[in-house]
Design a protein around this ligand. Structure first.
Ligand code: PHE
Ligand code: ZN
Length: 897
């Protein structure tokens, strides 16, 4: 494929030097010197020769240098003609430069027309205009529009778009773009056309075009001011029955945003198109969202309970972007968290309102702990507002998205729900229709509330996870409890020393009966931390707070609700943890106590292995587990989360260096012991929660399925025929994908003799359902047994696998590297070799997805020296690949620095 992503200048030869790699800096921002008043695009669609005619009405800004050349971005475009005010330019009047075009001596006002040829058929990067199973679609964020036409492809250039699309009528009956369709008709030669106009000014990254033969689901929504909005979901033929959940989710999202934030939809139509080939989850193009099929299609027999919630969340997320992202957008890509952190926060709140706040919070924090903490501790660590990048696509990260959402959540904690909403109101009042910065957002929050966020701004500028260490001291005479806090943050690349953060720490004090006591903070010294309600405001490296009227033996519950994205250290005794696990009124901290209990046992078991003794742990852990399982006041989903031992990636972030074999052995040992000692309990809860009647999707049924899955998971570790039979029966009789896929996974990941036959039967049954087969691929790839490495080798040639499809790559290769620690980190290094070989096959096809896969090596410094050496070697292999994409180059070279 063409080398749009090859940034090397040819003189720098074939070694990957850093010369020729351009680094972009936030501090280099300069406004664009021209206004693009409006844009007219005319597409004549053809697989290898799509013609794009572009007319731009341009005016130099009043304060711009009148010598400023007109610089346009353009990648992989064949320029056919260029004219200013209808006069064709000759070669001396413009210059084609690397990735763009420069026109010198342009007048103050003019129209520029260009005609280019592009090839959607060979565009495997899935950026720009491409074909996905015979249908055209676009992806322009962050910098894909430059693969469609010459244009200032940056988010602060906003314009109104009018788009004409022309294509063969029978193959492409639907021709879609942003806004309203204002004209359409037949043209000769079996072709037809449509013209679309979007009344809202937008940056190029929100442009979209789709053309194809789809099935269409329509509905409508009446907004709070009584406007009727037409809702349309376009999917592959035959998939209509899997769209209803997406449609209901969209209506819920529209209603929720009106009720909670007073935000109303602004166009007459809202369209969603689902495509099978997509690099990410979905895209918020104005009025025409494009979705990965994974986040649209869902029916009980093909989608799990989690899939249903994910569809609702992503539909919500893209819808919420209409205000937080589209109406108010980003000035430059360093500000990405302005729209993404805020919109993730909004979708988290939406899901919590539709499901369960406690459960949702735990699930969101799991992502932070397992993925974001890892990123913050590795070579790619960056603040939620990065200072530089080589390839912007590499900065669509858990830090920008999920840590960004945690930062937004902290505003709500500091300012209260009302204060936060007031801040948002000011933000929209001031900035509707503008491209702005994170600083503008902070200022809106400050001004709306008269609240000083000076120190809080460090969350935007400093990378790394702050660590908060707390100790307590009880003065029995005075009946006072003092909590002493220290905070620190390790160096991250380019940031050696960090200033203290403003950290809101939510605390509770629990008496011996398990009840929260009233907090009565007293100020003893000026340097004491301020306490507001149950929030302790940490602002310096060392601070303490003292509470009055505290009875004996009170246990502090700290960082309730995970009130800040930090690592907390408090030296609880085993007994205290068990007490919190049984009693904490804060469901997040109750879950947390169990996680810490399990982690503690696991790290202890690791030490025992180092010393070479027999493995053992305290029986009280078993009874604590049983008590939680038996607690009838708890919801099944919460129980399922609380009874799930922390995953390997989360455990890895709790230590600086680790023997991975010992860690996995310890984790398996703990799980198996709990299974053995509580065998009858797991079985009993499995049986009492197992629902054999018709499929239901209410909260209670979902909870029961979740708990059954967890119980069955424990039972399966016993490697007993009775457990295998239970799983087989669940798989055979399942009337929904939740029950079926967990049963399949447990069987395939066990030592059951016939497991491959079971896997094959499942494949045969579901082979026509792509999304189900992707689950099957993941299950095959995450089997912890030693044969997996050979099996995933041959799966590359399996009819179900397709290297060009990102969902398949993530399901097979991504799942192997991120969710099969035992085999990915094989001592013989074959897991690492496998990954490097896949990157080699993929980087020219899809640089973006390849770079994500490369990230699996990021934490190599944590491992033993043999594994370190083997991972480093593969990173070097990757860096020596010819014409490496800059996406992969950035990840691999930073990993080795
Ligand atoms: N902006 C999209 C979202 O968060 C994600 C995305 C980024 C999709 C880049 C495609 C390309 O919803
Ligand atoms: Zn988003």
């Amino acid at each position: 494929m063409s080398d749009s992503s090859n940034h090397q200048d040819s003189a720098s030869s074939n070694t990957k030097s850093q010369q020729g790699v351009q680094v972009h800096y936030r501090s280099d921002y300069k406004p664009y010197p021209y206004d693009i008043k409006d844009v007219y695009l005319a597409f004549d669609l053809a697989p290898n020769a799509t013609i794009v005619d572009t007319t731009l009405t341009i005016q130099r800004k009043a304060d711009a240098d009148n010598q400023a050349p007109l610089c346009l971005d353009g990648v992989d475009l064949e320029l056919l003609s260029i004219a200013i005010d209808d006069k064709e330019l000759d070669q001396s009047e413009y210059r084609l430069i690397e990735d763009g075009l420069e026109v010198l001596n342009v007048p103050e006002r003019f129209t520029l027309t260009t005609k280019v040829k592009i090839s959607p058929d060979t565009n495997t990067s899935l950026e720009g205009l491409y074909l996905s199973s015979g249908k055209y679609c676009t992806q322009c964020e962050a910098q894909g529009f430059r693969k469609i036409t010459f244009y200032p492809d940056r988010p602060d250039v906003m314009s109104t778009f009018k788009v004409r699309i022309e294509a063969v009528a029978d193959k492409f009956p639907h021709l879609l773009s942003n806004g309203n369709r204002i004209e359409h008709g037949e043209i000769e030669g079996g072709k037809h056309y449509a013209v679309w106009e979007d009344p809202f000014k937008k940056p190029s990254y929100l442009f979209a075009l789709c053309a194809g033969d789809y099935d269409l689901l329509t509905s409508s929504f009446t907004t709070m001011t009584g406007r009727e909005v037409r809702l349309e979901i376009y999917v592959d033929k035959g998939k209509l029955d899997q769209c209803h959940h997406a449609m209901e989710s969209l209506k819920k999202a529209m209603k929720w945003d009106e009720e909670v934030f007073g935000l109303e939809y602004d166009l007459d139509t809202y369209m969603i198109v689902a495509v099978g080939d997509f690099n990410m989850g979905a895209m918020e193009n104005k009025g025409l969202n494009i979705f990965n099929t994974k986040y649209v299609l869902a029916s009980p027999d093909t989608a799990t309970d989690t899939d249903f919630i994910d569809v609702e969340a992503v539909i919500g997320h893209e819808y919420f972007h209409n205000w937080t992202g589209n109406r108010v957008t980003c000035r430059d890509w360093f500000q990405l968290s302005l729209k993404e952190g805020l919109t993730v926060f909004r979708d988290q709140e939406f899901t919590a309102d539709q499901t369960d706040h406690g459960v949702k919070r735990i699930e969101d924090v799991k992502v932070i702990r397992s993925h974001q903490f890892a990123e913050d501790a590795g070579p790619m660590a960056h603040p939620i507002r990065p200072d530089s990048y080589i390839e912007m696509n590499n900065f669509y990260t858990v830090t920008v998205y999920n840590k960004g959402a945690e930062v937004i959540r902290m505003y709500q904690t500091l300012l209260g729900r009302d204060g936060f909403k007031r801040g948002l109101d000011v933000y929209f009042e001031r900035h509707d229709g503008q491209a702005v910065t994170c600083e503008d957002f902070v200022r809106a929050m400050e001004d709306a509330n008269g609240y000083d966020l000076q120190q809080f701004r460090r969350w935007y500028s400093q990378a790394g996870t702050p660590e908060v260490t707390v100790s307590s001291n009880y003065d029995a005479d005075k009946r006072q409890l003092t909590l002493s806090f220290t905070q620190s943050c390790r160096p991250t690349p380019g940031q050696e020393d960090k200033e203290p953060f403003h950290i809101p720490v939510k605390v509770g004090l629990i008496d011996t009966l398990g009840k929260d006591i009233e907090l009565k903070p007293v100020s003893l010294t000026d340097s004491d931390a301020r306490v507001e309600g149950d929030i302790v405001h940490l602002k310096s490296a060392q601070q303490s707070v003292t509470f009055d009227d505290v009875p004996r033996n009170v246990i502090p519950s700290i960082l309730r609700g995970f009130s800040a994205p930090v690592k907390l250290h408090y030296d609880y005794s085993l007994k205290e943890l068990i007490f919190l696990f049984a009693n904490d009124s804060d469901s997040f901290n109750r879950w947390q106590a169990g996680q810490e209990l399990f982690s503690r046992v696991i790290f202890d078991l690791c030490e025992q292995q180092e010393k070479g003794g027999t493995l053992r742990f305290d029986d009280s852990v078993v009874s604590a587990t049983k008590n939680l399982l038996d607690d009838n006041s708890l919801d099944g989903q919460f129980k399922s989360l609380a009874l799930t031992i922390p995953g390997v990636s989360t455990l890895l972030e709790q230590t600086n260096s680790i023997n991975i074999d010992h860690l996995i052995t310890a984790r398996d040992f703990l799980k198996k012991q709990l299974a053995e000692k509580l065998e009858l309990d797991w079985l009993l809860h499995y049986q009492t929660n197992r629902h054999l009647g018709d499929y239901e999707q209410d909260k209670e049924s979902v909870s029961k399925r979740a708990l059954c899955g967890t119980c069955l998971g424990y039972l399966m570790t016993l490697e007993k025929d009775s457990a295998y039979q239970l799983a087989l029966k669940q798989l055979e009789t399942a009337n929904n994908m939740t029950d079926a896929s967990i049963a399949l996974q447990l069987i395939v990941h066990s030592n059951y003799e016939q497991k491959l036959k079971v896997a094959e039967d499942f494949y045969q049954k579901w082979q026509s359902e792509e999304l189900v087969i992707n689950k099957w691929l993941s299950i095959m790839a995450t089997d912890p047994s030693d044969e997996t490495i050979d099996r995933i080798e041959s799966l590359l040639d399996h009819p179900s696998f397709e290297l060009k499809n990102p969902n398949k790559v993530r399901s097979l290769i991504g799942a192997f590297t991120s969710a099969n620690p035992r085999q990915f980190h094989r001592a013989d290094g074959r897991g690492y070799e496998y990954l490097a070989r896949q990157i080699k096959s993929l980087y020219a096809i899809n640089p973006q997805v390849s770079a994500r896969l490369t990230g699996a090596f990021n934490r190599w410094r944590k491992f033993d020296s043999e594994r370190q050496q083997k991972m480093r070697q593969q990173l070097e292999v990757i860096l020596s690949m010819p014409e490496l994409s800059k996406d992969v180059f950035e990840i691999a070279s930073k990993a080795l620095k």
